[in-house]
Write a protein of this length. Sequence first.
Length: 261
Amino acid sequence: MELTQHILTDSGCYQAGRTITPKGIMVHSTGVAQPDPDVFLRLWNAPDASACVHAIVHQDGVIQTLPWNRRGWHAGSPPKGGTSANNTHISFEILEPAGHSYQGGTMIGYDAVKNAPYFAKVYRNAVELCAFLCRRYDLDPLTDIVDHHEGCLRDIASNHADVSHWFPKHNKSMDTLRADVAALLADVPKEETMTQTEFNAMFAAALAAWQQEQQKKAPSDWAADAWTKAKTAGVFDGSAPQTPLTREQAALVLQRLGLVP
């Protein structure tokens, strides 16, 4: 999965500045035969845009459109008055290929055979994005990933059919997506985390060990003669010939050479 970033900073959703603690992932598809992500980047990056998701999944990769912890506008109002997934879920839209239309929420003229290669690409990108987000936010792929349709059934989203109206045309479902995400996570070890303090200590120790090792090294053959002359002339003190030169040390060298008053 190639992940790029195009944050929709002009959208009303982004400008609202509200954040969430991600508790799940909600999968959407756009409900329009338009595979070009630039169309949606322009459409949603406006103060009066009524919708905005966290990412767009297209056949060539994923474009992040909101910070993952920004409250998105994607789930709508639940029919029974439940809490909207806008407050809890990271969302993404899977772009649909060209060549079909809709009637009453049903795809008309959709050619599953022709679109099989396209679907395989966007499905794989969706699986990999879900795995990435599950690792990052410690989500359970089998319970914390839903589509818009399932969100409606759970009373956390409005009454939409996506993506359950599309996936079965390619012998896929949300159950297969969740299983594929779980399988991918099982194949990739969870990244270990460390605090900034722990990282700083590790880096300082590694740097100190490297500097100590460099100080023991003799001048390289190609520089040995020049190093001896510089040491004899008092430009350097003769120690640690292969360690880096700081700017303050460079200033001292220039002064010793008479290039700085």
